[in-house]
Design a binder for this molecule. Sequence first.
Ligand SMILES: [Zn+2]
Length: 111
Amino acid sequence: MKEYEEVRHSLIDMLEDLDDRLTKITHDVKEPLDKDFEEQATQAENDEVLDGLGNAARTEIEMVKQAIARIDKGQYGLCQVCGQPISQERLKAIPYSILCIKCASQVGAKQ
Ligand SMILES: [Zn+2]
C-alpha cells in the first residue's frame, strides 16, 4: 500500500491532533461548577457546547481510524456505497471520506 503511505501518515497526525483536542475538551467539561448560580447556568451551557465538540471529535476520530484500516485492507479511496473510486481532489480535501461525491450528495452527508 505504498501509494497511500503519505495519506496514512497524515491520517495518523490527524488522529493525534484529534486525541489532543478531545483530551482538552474532556478536561474542560470536568472542571468543577462555580458556586454562583448564574455562573453555573453559563457553565452548564458551555458544557453542552463542549459535549457537542467532544462528540464531533469522537466521530472524526472514528472516521480517521476507519480510513487507516481501509488503507491497510487496500480499500482506501473506494466509495463504500457504489464501489467507484473517490476523486483525488475529494480525498485531498477530506482524506477520510468513504463516499464518492455522487453518493455523498445523495445521502446529504459531508463525509
Ligand atoms: Zn459512490
